[in-house]
Design a binder for this molecule. Structure first.
Ligand SMILES: *Cc1c(COP(=O)(O)O)cnc(C)c1O
Length: 418
């Protein structure tokens, strides 16, 4: 059988692992080692030449194992498996989603460059862009879901660094309101502002909310797809990790900076994520089925004012419906809703939950609920929060793999307390 034609979920238990190299163990062991023994000094020299880019790897040559900051079997096999979902050339796994994101931003931006980014972005990303990148002289410019391509172009044209646009960074669907951004439109914008093939504008997409199953940014022309692997990829609320995927060309640079920042994931994290990948598809599919049941129940509840869920887009909103149809293969397992009232009512609901846990994070086997305005998005300017409908009455829900009837029963008793 031709394995290259198989679906990713069929390969998650075996791809990239050779049992005969590990005493026949059916599962990849944890290679809990900092360094690797070279057979000869000549071999060590050859491995370093390739690892440090002093020469290209030969046709049949494998990248030799040197030291766990550069490479480790748990990390390499995991990275190979991750590429299958997004159809990427290569992947790099990090010790957190933030380290994946910050490494890409630092490698592809330099002082004087302009970064264009979508609003809202994850709180940590928002902070890194506004308070860390700017400290290094990088100019930043945010745009909102309501801005058309013409609006965005006008904003760039009015910016003093308009000739130095270097990257467009988008998070879609946007957390917590599920606003969608058009990846192909961002790619077209990047082409338009690229000065040459060498001096071009890169497009990076944080795909944590939808990936790696339901949205594939690289297929729409993006250069990077970024993940907090803490979320769906890890999926059990027991590990912090991140990933970046892209072409060999860009990933070579990402991995090089990772080597020198030293923010790669360790072997145990790699092993945990490989274990998680085996059930990724069944988990995510079940979560999406549950989310649909929950959303359909919430929307008819008298104490719920509005439900934000990709499976219930306003039919009059042609732009969102069109992006959804082109970019997403499922409505996913994230939803938000406005409780009738304000913070007091939202808190009463959250405090009454019994099965659903009151916690930030998302994409895990257990359902999680939180209050964006005072928790995940507390650091976002009040004015921007108002503009984006991140109000005091908004509750965010990440739906897990529990029985949907039990989830609904929990929401029902908690809403009764409001
Ligand atoms: C959680 C999250 C991050 C940050 O990831 P960590 O693993 O917590 O560092 C980035 N982007 C999105 C969309 C997230 O949900």
């Amino acid at each position: 059988m031709d394995k290259s034609k198989m679906h990713p979920e069929s390969l998650m238990m075996s791809y990239g692992y050779k049992p005969h190299l590990s005493e026949g163990a059916v599962k990849c062991p944890i290679f809990q080692t900092s360094t690797f023994v070279f057979k000869t000094a000549e071999e060590g020299k050859a491995f370093f030449e390739v690892a440090y880019g002093m020469r290209e790897k030969g046709a049949d040559e494998e990248l030799g194992l040197i030291y766990s900051r550069l490479n480790n079997p748990d990390l390499e096999i995991l990275e190979n498996r991750l590429t299958l979902w997004d159809g990427a050339d290569d992947a790099a796994v990090f010790e957190s989603g933030m380290s994946a994101i910050s490494t890409v931003l630092m490698e592809f931006l330099k002082p004087g460059d302009l970064l264009l980014y979508s609003n809202p972005v994850y709180g940590g990303t928002d902070h890194f862009i506004k308070h860390v990148l700017t400290k290094f002289g990088i100019e930043v410019l945010g745009f909102s879901p309501a801005d058309s391509r013409a609006d965005i172009e006008a904003m760039i044209e009015a910016h003093p660094a308009k000739d130095r646009l270097a990257m467009i960074y988008v998070e879609t669907p946007a957390n917590p309101t599920l606003d969608l951004f058009d990846i192909e439109e961002c790619v077209a914008l990047a082409k338009h502002y690229s000065r040459s093939e060498e001096d071009r504008v890169y497009v990076a997409v944080d795909n944590t909310y939808m990936g790696p199953l339901w949205q594939h940014p690289l297929k729409h022309g993006a250069d990077f797809v970024l993940y907090s692997a803490t979320k769906y990829i890890g999926g059990h609320s027991d590990v912090i990790a991140g990933a970046v995927l892209g072409s060999f060309e860009v990933m070579k640079r990402v991995k090089e900076l990772r080597t020198f920042l030293g923010n790669m994931a360790g072997p145990h994290t790699g092993w945990l994520l490989m274990r998680s990948l085996e059930t990724l598809k069944v988990r995510m599919e079940r979560q999406a089925i549950n989310a649909k049941a929950v959303a359909e129940w919430l929307v008819q509840h008298p104490k719920v004012e509005k439900v934000y869920y990709l499976g219930m887009l306003d039919e009059k909103d042609q732009r969102h419906a069109d992006i959804y149809k082109r970019q997403c293969s499922s409505a996913g397992a994230m939803l938000s809703f406005d409780v009738k009232g304000g913070e007091a009512e939202a808190f009463r609901f959250l405090n009454a939950l019994q099965l659903v846990k009151l916690a930030v994070s998302l994409g895990s086997t257990e359902s999680l609920a939180e209050h964006p305005a005072t928790m995940t998005h507390a650091g976002v300017d009040k004015e921007l929060r108002d503009q984006l409908a991140i109000s005091e009455k908004l509750v965010r829900l990440s739906v897990g793999v529990e029985h949907p009837d039990d989830l609904i029963a929990d929401l029902e008793q908690a809403l009764a307390k409001v």
